[in-house]
Design a protein around this ligand. Structure first.
Ligand SMILES: CC(C)(COP(=O)(O)OP(=O)(O)OC[C@H]1O[C@@H](n2cnc3c(N)ncnc32)[C@H](O)[C@@H]1OP(=O)(O)O)[C@@H](O)C(=O)NCCC(=O)NCCS
Length: 170
Protein backbone atom coordinates (compact mmCIF):
# COMPACT_ATOMS: atom_id res chain seq x y z
CA UNK A 1 0.00 0.00 0.00
CA UNK A 2 1.25 3.53 -0.79
CA UNK A 3 2.17 5.67 2.21
CA UNK A 4 0.43 9.04 1.76
CA UNK A 5 1.35 10.52 5.13
CA UNK A 6 3.13 13.87 5.44
CA UNK A 7 6.89 13.83 5.89
CA UNK A 8 9.11 16.84 6.59
CA UNK A 9 12.79 16.46 5.79
CA UNK A 10 15.86 18.66 5.39
CA UNK A 11 16.24 19.87 1.82
CA UNK A 12 18.71 18.01 -0.39
CA UNK A 13 20.42 18.99 -3.65
CA UNK A 14 17.95 16.74 -5.51
CA UNK A 15 15.04 18.98 -4.38
CA UNK A 16 16.36 22.16 -6.02
CA UNK A 17 14.53 21.86 -9.35
CA UNK A 18 11.15 20.91 -7.83
CA UNK A 19 11.42 23.83 -5.37
CA UNK A 20 12.39 26.27 -8.12
CA UNK A 21 9.32 25.18 -10.12
CA UNK A 22 7.12 25.57 -7.05
CA UNK A 23 8.42 29.13 -6.54
CA UNK A 24 7.91 29.92 -10.22
CA UNK A 25 4.31 28.66 -10.11
CA UNK A 26 3.52 30.44 -6.85
CA UNK A 27 5.27 33.78 -7.16
CA UNK A 28 5.92 34.07 -10.91
CA UNK A 29 8.79 35.97 -12.50
CA UNK A 30 8.06 39.04 -10.31
CA UNK A 31 9.57 37.19 -7.34
CA UNK A 32 13.08 38.26 -8.32
CA UNK A 33 12.12 41.92 -7.86
CA UNK A 34 11.17 41.46 -4.20
CA UNK A 35 13.42 43.01 -1.58
CA UNK A 36 13.85 39.70 0.28
CA UNK A 37 15.09 38.17 -2.97
CA UNK A 38 17.88 40.74 -3.05
CA UNK A 39 19.16 39.34 0.22
CA UNK A 40 18.76 35.77 -0.93
CA UNK A 41 20.70 36.31 -4.12
CA UNK A 42 23.63 37.53 -1.98
CA UNK A 43 24.02 34.30 -0.02
CA UNK A 44 22.99 30.64 -0.28
CA UNK A 45 20.20 29.34 1.94
CA UNK A 46 21.23 26.70 4.45
CA UNK A 47 19.94 23.28 3.30
CA UNK A 48 20.27 21.81 6.80
CA UNK A 49 17.90 24.53 8.07
CA UNK A 50 15.58 24.35 5.05
CA UNK A 51 12.81 21.76 4.78
CA UNK A 52 10.55 20.07 2.28
CA UNK A 53 7.10 18.64 2.88
CA UNK A 54 6.05 15.54 0.98
CA UNK A 55 2.84 13.61 0.67
CA UNK A 56 4.10 10.20 -0.32
CA UNK A 57 6.89 11.04 -2.78
CA UNK A 58 5.28 14.28 -4.03
CA UNK A 59 6.97 17.50 -2.92
CA UNK A 60 4.11 19.76 -1.76
CA UNK A 61 5.92 22.44 0.22
CA UNK A 62 9.20 24.12 1.00
CA UNK A 63 10.68 26.57 3.46
CA UNK A 64 14.17 27.98 3.40
CA UNK A 65 16.36 29.76 5.94
CA UNK A 66 19.21 32.03 4.85
CA UNK A 67 22.00 33.45 7.03
CA UNK A 68 21.82 37.22 7.48
CA UNK A 69 22.87 39.93 9.88
CA UNK A 70 20.80 42.63 11.53
CA UNK A 71 23.39 45.30 12.20
CA UNK A 72 26.22 43.25 13.70
CA UNK A 73 23.99 40.44 14.97
CA UNK A 74 23.74 37.10 13.20
CA UNK A 75 20.24 35.98 12.34
CA UNK A 76 18.29 33.95 9.77
CA UNK A 77 15.85 35.06 7.08
CA UNK A 78 12.84 32.76 6.62
CA UNK A 79 11.43 32.37 3.14
CA UNK A 80 10.20 31.63 0.67
CA UNK A 81 7.54 29.47 2.32
CA UNK A 82 5.40 27.85 -0.32
CA UNK A 83 2.72 25.15 -0.29
CA UNK A 84 1.19 23.67 -3.45
CA UNK A 85 -2.34 25.14 -3.72
CA UNK A 86 -4.28 21.83 -3.42
CA UNK A 87 -2.44 21.09 -0.17
CA UNK A 88 -2.98 24.41 1.57
CA UNK A 89 -4.98 24.88 4.80
CA UNK A 90 -3.93 21.51 6.18
CA UNK A 91 -1.29 22.77 8.59
CA UNK A 92 1.65 21.96 6.30
CA UNK A 93 2.93 25.55 6.22
CA UNK A 94 2.89 25.78 10.00
CA UNK A 95 4.53 22.38 10.33
CA UNK A 96 7.36 23.52 8.02
CA UNK A 97 7.85 26.79 9.93
CA UNK A 98 7.82 25.03 13.30
CA UNK A 99 10.33 22.42 12.15
CA UNK A 100 12.67 25.06 10.71
CA UNK A 101 12.49 27.16 13.88
CA UNK A 102 13.06 24.14 16.14
CA UNK A 103 16.07 23.04 14.09
CA UNK A 104 17.52 26.59 14.04
CA UNK A 105 17.14 26.84 17.80
CA UNK A 106 18.74 23.41 18.30
CA UNK A 107 21.70 24.57 16.21
CA UNK A 108 22.23 27.62 18.42
CA UNK A 109 20.53 30.36 16.40
CA UNK A 110 18.77 33.15 18.27
CA UNK A 111 16.74 35.19 15.78
CA UNK A 112 14.68 34.64 12.64
CA UNK A 113 13.23 37.47 10.54
CA UNK A 114 10.92 37.46 7.53
CA UNK A 115 8.76 39.62 5.31
CA UNK A 116 5.20 38.32 5.46
CA UNK A 117 1.67 38.50 6.82
CA UNK A 118 1.68 39.02 10.58
CA UNK A 119 -1.73 37.34 11.11
CA UNK A 120 -0.29 34.12 9.68
CA UNK A 121 3.20 34.14 11.13
CA UNK A 122 2.16 35.34 14.60
CA UNK A 123 0.83 31.80 15.17
CA UNK A 124 4.46 30.64 15.02
CA UNK A 125 5.80 33.33 17.38
CA UNK A 126 6.63 36.17 14.97
CA UNK A 127 5.99 39.79 15.96
CA UNK A 128 6.33 43.05 14.09
CA UNK A 129 9.76 44.73 14.22
CA UNK A 130 9.27 48.28 15.57
CA UNK A 131 9.38 50.70 12.63
CA UNK A 132 12.89 51.81 11.72
CA UNK A 133 14.72 49.41 14.02
CA UNK A 134 15.80 47.16 11.19
CA UNK A 135 15.96 48.10 7.54
CA UNK A 136 15.86 46.00 4.40
CA UNK A 137 17.93 46.81 1.28
CA UNK A 138 14.84 47.98 -0.59
CA UNK A 139 11.18 48.87 -0.07
CA UNK A 140 9.27 46.75 2.47
CA UNK A 141 5.98 47.48 4.22
CA UNK A 142 7.13 47.89 7.86
CA UNK A 143 3.99 46.06 9.03
CA UNK A 144 5.29 42.96 7.25
CA UNK A 145 8.82 42.93 8.68
CA UNK A 146 8.64 40.37 11.47
CA UNK A 147 11.00 38.75 13.96
CA UNK A 148 10.89 35.60 16.08
CA UNK A 149 13.11 35.28 19.14
CA UNK A 150 14.32 31.71 19.50
CA UNK A 151 15.91 32.80 22.76
CA UNK A 152 13.89 35.16 24.92
CA UNK A 153 15.26 38.71 24.80
CA UNK A 154 17.54 37.99 21.81
CA UNK A 155 16.18 40.98 19.88
CA UNK A 156 16.39 43.42 22.82
CA UNK A 157 19.49 45.36 21.78
CA UNK A 158 19.48 44.53 18.09
CA UNK A 159 19.05 47.13 15.33
CA UNK A 160 20.47 48.12 11.98
CA UNK A 161 20.45 47.13 8.34
CA UNK A 162 19.47 43.61 7.37
CA UNK A 163 21.95 42.20 4.88
CA UNK A 164 23.28 38.86 3.72
CA UNK A 165 25.77 37.23 6.03
CA UNK A 166 28.82 37.09 3.84
CA UNK A 167 30.45 34.73 6.35
CA UNK A 168 33.24 37.12 7.14
CA UNK A 169 35.25 36.50 10.25
CA UNK A 170 33.79 38.40 13.22
C1 LIG B 1 0.90 31.17 3.03
C2 LIG B 1 1.03 29.65 2.88
C3 LIG B 1 2.50 29.24 2.95
C4 LIG B 1 0.25 28.97 4.02
O1 LIG B 1 0.47 27.57 3.97
P1 LIG B 1 -0.66 26.54 4.49
O2 LIG B 1 -0.05 25.18 4.57
O3 LIG B 1 -1.87 26.70 3.67
O4 LIG B 1 -0.94 27.14 5.96
P2 LIG B 1 -1.43 26.39 7.25
O5 LIG B 1 -2.25 25.19 6.85
O6 LIG B 1 -0.28 26.21 8.15
O7 LIG B 1 -2.36 27.50 7.90
C5 LIG B 1 -3.62 27.73 7.35
C6 LIG B 1 -4.28 28.86 8.12
O8 LIG B 1 -3.58 30.08 7.90
C7 LIG B 1 -4.43 31.03 7.29
N1 LIG B 1 -3.66 31.80 6.34
C8 LIG B 1 -3.08 31.40 5.18
N2 LIG B 1 -2.44 32.41 4.58
C9 LIG B 1 -2.64 33.49 5.37
C10 LIG B 1 -2.24 34.83 5.28
N3 LIG B 1 -1.52 35.28 4.26
N4 LIG B 1 -2.62 35.67 6.29
C11 LIG B 1 -3.35 35.25 7.33
N5 LIG B 1 -3.75 33.96 7.47
C12 LIG B 1 -3.40 33.10 6.49
C13 LIG B 1 -5.50 30.17 6.61
O9 LIG B 1 -6.66 30.93 6.42
C14 LIG B 1 -5.70 29.09 7.64
O10 LIG B 1 -6.45 29.58 8.74
P3 LIG B 1 -7.30 28.57 9.68
O11 LIG B 1 -6.30 27.67 10.34
O12 LIG B 1 -7.95 29.51 10.64
O13 LIG B 1 -8.21 27.85 8.76
C15 LIG B 1 0.42 29.15 1.54
O14 LIG B 1 -0.91 29.61 1.44
C16 LIG B 1 1.20 29.60 0.31
O15 LIG B 1 2.08 28.90 -0.16
N6 LIG B 1 0.85 30.80 -0.20
C17 LIG B 1 1.51 31.37 -1.36
C18 LIG B 1 2.94 31.76 -1.05
C19 LIG B 1 3.04 32.74 0.09
O16 LIG B 1 2.27 33.69 0.19
N7 LIG B 1 4.04 32.48 0.96
C20 LIG B 1 4.29 33.30 2.11
C21 LIG B 1 5.21 34.43 1.82
S1 LIG B 1 6.88 33.90 1.61
Amino acid sequence: MTDLSLTIRPETADDALAIERLHERTFGPGRVAKTAYRIREGVEHQPELSFTARIGTLLVGSVRLTPIRIGATKALLLGPLTIEPPFRDRGIGKALIDRALAEAKAKGHHLVVLVGDEPYYSKSGFVRIPKGRATMPGPVDPARLLVCELVQGAFDDVSGPIRPDWRRED
